[in-house]
Write a protein that binds this ligand. Sequence first.
Ligand SMILES: *Cc1c(COP(=O)(O)O)cnc(C)c1O
Length: 359
Amino acid sequence: MKTVDLRSDTVTQPTPAMREAMLAAPLGDDVFGDDPTVNALQDKIAAMLGFEAALFVPTGTQSNFCAILSHCQRGDEYLVGQMAHCYRWEGGGAAVLGSVQPQPIAHAADGSLPLADIESQIKPDDAHFARTRLLCLENTIGGKLLPLDYVKAATQLARSKGLATHLDGARLFNAATAQAMNLKPNEQLAGIHPARSAINNEAKRIAENFDSVSVCFSKGLGAPVGSALCGSRELIARAHRIRKMAGGGMRQSGMLAAAAIYALDHQVERLSQDHALAKRLGDALAQIDGMAVDPVQSNIVFVDVREPLKAKAAGLIDHLKSHGILATGLYRLRFVTHLDVDAVGVDRAIAVIQNYFKY
Ligand SMILES: *Cc1c(COP(=O)(O)O)cnc(C)c1O
């Protein structure tokens, strides 16, 4: 029986065609700027998202780290969501290694940071305070698409106060896919499985609001390793120094960049299938009395278990595991769909969960 791994979209294996692309990639030493495949990837993602330059980095964590340290100096601070990856889930790197202080802000139910809270957390120019320099948003955030009007309003507010803006777009292409699905028929032909051109348009429409954007290739896009930070030439030159300092200057990394190029060329349009399967899972779980399912907007399903199921909730992850289904439950139950999960697997997960709570 095949394991259905719903822990994360990071668990995907490179497809045979992706492995071939990796083997065939022309290589050089990227620390000398000589790797043609890394250079091609950087040019490609920068152009796709409308930036001057991009930097290939090993992880999304390092990408956010390079971004924050490129925007901020020692003693500066960044505004960021309480549950944002670049606050909560990166070991406090910007503070520990960069002396840049986070100012976390509680999320609204839709994942956004309320404009009034952003404004009230920007510190006045006064020796008591760290200098507020940067607003970081994340999209998708907890599987939710930030409304584009909100993205525009929040980044405009930040700019009007002299702040720079960074997007942790680890799942930017999931956000763009969800946004393309939401388009009204007269805006563009979208539908459940939006065309690649519509997804690219929406990715650009999100990215253009920010001074820098980080994108992960190792999540839903299905590459084994790698992220890119996009920004102005000047910002990326600063980020390049920080990447080196963080130990992220890699050598013949074109083998990895080739996987990312392959993912951008072949594995973006399929993201809508992941979203459809996540919706199928969420809809089925919502039918179970006591399971409160967040509205599913992309490839992540969050569930809170309430009465009358609470007593059995703690055993669910282990029970699933014993049936070859993997999920996580650190704060809430979480199921993530991706390249290596199909409808058969999702239906098996549904059936096991239904049966577990039935008896
Ligand atoms: C996964 C993720 C990252 C980066 O993760 P790495 O494991 O360091 O590549 C950053 N932001 C978000 C929102 C993520 O989901």
